[in-house]
Ligand binder design. Sequence first.
Ligand SMILES: Nc1ncnc2c1ncn2[C@@H]1O[C@H](COP(=O)(O)OP(=O)(O)OP(=O)(O)O)[C@@H](O)[C@H]1O
Length: 242
Amino acid sequence: MTEITLNNITFGYNAEMVLNNISLTVKQGEFVVAVGPNGAGKSTLLKIIAGLIEPSAGQVLIDNQSIRTAARQGIIGYVPQHYAQNTAAFPATVEEVVALGLVNANGNLKAKGTKHIIKHMMEMVGIEKLKGRRIGELSGGQQQRVMVARALAGNPRLLLLDEPTSGIDYAASARIHELLGQLNTTLGITIIMVSHDIENAIRFAAKVACINRSLCFFGDSQEFHSTHASMRHLWYYSGYTS
Ligand SMILES: Nc1ncnc2c1ncn2[C@@H]1O[C@H](COP(=O)(O)OP(=O)(O)OP(=O)(O)O)[C@@H](O)[C@H]1O
């Protein structure tokens, strides 16, 4: 069971207030997509859920435990924004990058049977044929699959992804979203993903958290799609922020 509760999360970088009093609960096995305009605070919120940033006020609870305890237990897999692109020049093979996901917070290998786990994760995301290739030689979509496999290798119960499809084409984005949908249903992993590709995301994510410094909407993705179309239109086609 992995339930994430945000209680009145507030945060600012120096004087700039970025997140204002955000409260929500993500239940075990839910797939939530966080949407909103540029600079709305989505990445910041994801970093707070991952335990990388301390909120100025409020708390994150994972299964009623503090985020620090959850992070120590290694139950969180986090794929940061632009991570694949940033590591592309790293002279490592796909297999080696996935293996990094088995290194725990203390810098030790997390589990026995590592070769088997790495193979299994590569198969799961469909990159086994690429295992000997340098990460920098792959397409953006292939690199993102490697990053998902790396996060999965740590056997997370909660997967956090920050724009995993940024910079890749619509068809590749659709395939990554589909993969995440499959992982969510087959493994029961709770997923929170920031995405600008709402159309693809809501095909697989049952819930939407719409953030614009505060929480504008949290609920069923189809409801968001039908009732908030005009709001989405404003954001994405005129650069509107409130
Ligand atoms: N490390 C930082 N130091 C200072 N300000 C920051 C930092 N990171 C982000 N910000 C600011 O906080 C605000 C929210 O940024 P954040 O990256 O969380 O938004 P976002 O919703 O993820 O945006 P995008 O969709 O463009 O990625 C922005 O105004 C940004 O400039």
